[in-house]
Design a protein around this ligand. Structure first.
Ligand code: DUC
Ligand code: ZN
Ligand code: ZN
Ligand code: ZN
Length: 484
């Protein structure tokens, strides 16, 4: 079997930094140490050899708001690899009323074109006995996480009683619930009010989704998960209020995870005000970009460990698609891209500024997702036996981000003009060199589905609340004849 050796680099993992060569055979790492030899040598002098990035939150070719997101599994995963991300976790999204198994089949069909490995979360967009019955089968098929939308009223949103029932089902079958936490009822009222007042431009999108709607819903989701006895993962944590709810719960022993996006960490709400319509609409996503106070909170969360992973929620729409919302901001398709830029932007604004160590960078871009989503150490590790999903990171390689040179299929980039320092020299997907000093050598269909098994029964919520309020039968005497 032909072998490859990544030579002369410094291995950086979530725990350690050390000089070593890395040998690859049959798509996996077979040796790590000094002076290794192989059939092919990749020069890593001056570079860091890290686990390839894992983006735990993407939407390829997703039917949404009257259209489909414009990056499919081919262009989306090509963009991922160009930026050092070697795996994505996408969402199967049944339309309300649709079988989960049928939705799974649809996403299987779309993902045959993937250039890198991928996995799925399953969305619970409606609740019924059928959904309840299908959930264990979905988990048997390698999907151990179920996403719930507390927003998008009248479309994807589930009610609290449905969420509680679904969370309890997750607890039974060893699955992890995920939540899009915004109060959908309040958002719907604010949208109506803003439109009635004549605020129909893209900046009104941000006013309709203030941090409070996120803070309230995040806290509600966490408390409901705790009562259901299951950990919970909050997607796209964007505000201090949401972060505060997560922090407080973690201090109380509740197992909850928070996922800031690279967009919220590096772009703020000045992108909406006094900007031309296209500029602002291209940045319409939910939750919207926030002010500096919220950004500081998210960075602090990554530094202290109260927030665990950095994702993109990559959901790319062209300018033409964004213009569906001219005259009514509620019709602007929600979503931004970021897959190609997540790692270079986080390195530039995190590691180069001293906010994150290199090891923390690896943890939040890769290893923590692999652990939380139950695929470690197959993914997210530089260890013998792990998949050779690796990035050889050149800390001195620089570029200015431009839509004209990006892999994504859309016509703009929300990070346009940002200068990044720190980029892949090589990206490897299961041992195959797919990015070679900027040259794209991806292979459509190379990506494989990664099964994620159910969690063990010990992965439960650990709130003290349970001990204090465990139901007990109380012996009573002197029961009054009348209940009054
Ligand atoms: N938010 C977005 O901006 N796009 C996709 C779905 C979501 O919740
Ligand atoms: Zn969401
Ligand atoms: Zn999303
Ligand atoms: Zn292949």
């Amino acid at each position: 079997m032909a072998s490859k050796v990544i030579k002369g680099g410094t291995v950086v993992t979530a725990d350690l930094t050390y000089e070593a060569d890395v040998k690859i055979e049959g798509g996996v790492i077979t040796e790590i140490g000094p002076n290794l030899s192989g059939d092919e040598v990749l020069d890593a002098a001056g570079c860091y050899v890290m686990p390839g990035g894992i983006d735990p939150h993407t939407h390829m070719e997703m039917p949404f708001m009257g259209t489909y997101s414009s990056d499919d599994f081919e262009s989306g995963t090509r963009a991922a690899l160009a930026g050092g991300t070697t795996m994505v976790v996408d969402f199967c999204l049944p339309s309300p009323g649709q079988s989960l198994l049928e939705a799974r089949q649809m996403w299987d069909n779309k993902s045959t074109r993937a250039n890198c490995d991928y996995s799925f979360h399953m969305a619970v967009t409606w609740w019924s006995e059928q959904v309840f019955n299908e959930m264990p089968e979905i988990t048997k098929q390698g999907i151990n996480s179920f996403k719930h939308f507390m927003a998008y009223k009248g479309a994807l949103m589930v009610e609290d009683d449905e969420m509680y029932a679904s969370f309890k089902r997750c607890a039974e079958i060893g699955a992890l619930p995920l939540v899009h936490a915004e109060n959908g009822d309040v958002v719907a009222q604010l949208q109506e009010q803003l439109l009635a007042e004549g605020n129909n431009g893209p900046e009104a999108h941000a006013y309709s989704r203030p941090p409070e709607v996120e803070g309230e819903a995040t806290n509600r989701a966490i408390m409901i998960a705790d009562m259901a006895g299951v950990p919970v993962y909050i997607v796209h944590t964007s505000s201090e209020q949401a972060h505060e709810a997560i922090r407080r719960a973690r201090q109380n022993g509740i197992r909850v995870f928070g996922e800031p996006l690279i967009q919220h960490l590096t772009l703020d709400d000045s992108e909406y005000a006094n900007k031309d319509w296209d500029h602002a609409a291209r940045r319409v996503m939910s939750p919207p970009f926030r002010n500096k106070k919220h950004q500081d909170s998210l960075w602090a969360g990554l530094q202290s460990g109260s927030l665990q992973v950095v994702a993109t929620d990559h959901c790319a729409f062209t300018t033409e698609q964004k213009r569906y919302g001219v005259g009514d901001f509620t019709k602007i398709p929600n979503g931004t891209g970021g897959l190609e830029d997540r790692m270079p932007m986080l390195w530039t604004y995190g590691v180069n500024t001293g906010r994150l160590t290199m090891n923390e960078f690896v943890a939040v871009t890769s290893t923590n997702s692999a652990k939380i989503l139950n695929m470690y150490p197959k993914k997210g590790a530089v260890l013998v036996g792990a998949d050779a999903d690796l990035v050889v990171w050149d800390p001195n390689k620089e570029k200015t981000i431009e839509a004209s040179t990006q892999q994504s299929a859309i016509d703009y980039n929300v990070f346009e003009g940002k200068h990044v320092k720190g980029l892949p020299r090589f990206t490897l997907s299961r041992g195959k060199v797919v990015i070679d000093d900027g040259a794209v050598k991806t292979e459509e269909g190379h990506g494989k589905f990664v099964e994620r098994e159910a969690f063990s029964s010990t992965n439960k919520a650990l709130s003290k609340w349970k001990e204090l309020t465990a139901p007990r039968k109380v012996e009573r005497t002197g029961i009054p004849a009348s209940g009054v």
